[in-house]
Design a protein. Structure first.
Length: 230
């Protein structure tokens, strides 16, 4: 029996991409117009950001757990959160969640291992880049990681919160991400993680200096496989 997917949304753009990926890719497996049942809970991003800017991940976990309880009552069998940054709260979240969660960095790490990558550049918010979310997930596969330098981390953070989460995708910003990827390539990275769920909406794999690992779509595909018992 197909499992019911719960999505805990952060930004609208990232959650929408995750939802659309599941719905658009499921028919190839399940048949025309078919996909697993999905319920989404969307607490305003502003409520999460109040705690994120203070690095209060226990408080973020509390908000995510409250969403998980709502999803569980709606019948969801497991949950995903298509926001990389929020995963810093998972060590506090998992013990209090009524349903299991898939981990976005875990989905990326599995794909990186399958593809044979050895050193990944991490693009995302400054909170995510400076955290242990990806190093911890990659450690299982002995994959190393690099993050942009401080100036680039600040600039990327500004683009994410001022532009991408608001549906603004400027060509100058797209080219900037390519410049940062080029720097990471020069430091020995053989692929780059699009570790903010909106970055896949602006970075184009066909002209990025490094192969891309799209965290949003990889999480969506992992959720689809879980729902189908694969």
């Amino acid at each position: 029996m197909t499992q019911h997917i719960g999505i805990v949304a952060g930004s609208a753009e990232g959650a929408a991409l995750c939802y659309r990926t599941i719905c658009l890719e499921a028919p190839a497996i399940m048949g025309e117009h078919n996909h697993p049942e999905i319920t989404m809970n969307s607490v305003p991003m502003a409520e999460h950001m109040l705690h994120i800017v203070r690095n209060d991940w226990e408080a973020v976990a509390g908000l995510l757990a409250a969403s998980a309880h709502k999803l569980a009552r709606a019948g969801a069998d497991f949950a995903i959160c298509p926001d990389n940054t929020y995963h810093q709260s998972f060590k506090y979240l998992i013990p209090q969640s009524p349903i299991p969660w898939l981990h976005i960095a875990g989905a990326v790490a599995e794909e990186a291992h399958r593809s044979g990558y050895e050193r990944l550049g991490i693009l995302g918010t400054k909170y995510l880049a400076e955290s242990d979310v990806y190093p911890e997930a990659l450690k299982e596969y002995k994959i190393k990681s690099e993050i942009p330098d401080e100036a680039d981390r600040e600039k990327i953070n500004e683009i994410i919160f001022k532009e991408l989460v608001n549906g603004i995708f400027a060509e100058t910003s797209r080219l900037y991400f390519n410049e940062v990827a080029e720097k990471l390539k020069a430091r020995g990275c053989d692929a780059v993680v699009l570790g903010c769920t909106e970055i896949p909406l602006i970075v184009r794999p066909d002209d990025c200096p490094l192969p891309t690992l799209d965290s949003t779509r990889l999480l969506a595909r992992a959720a689809l496989r879980r729902a189908l018992g694969q």
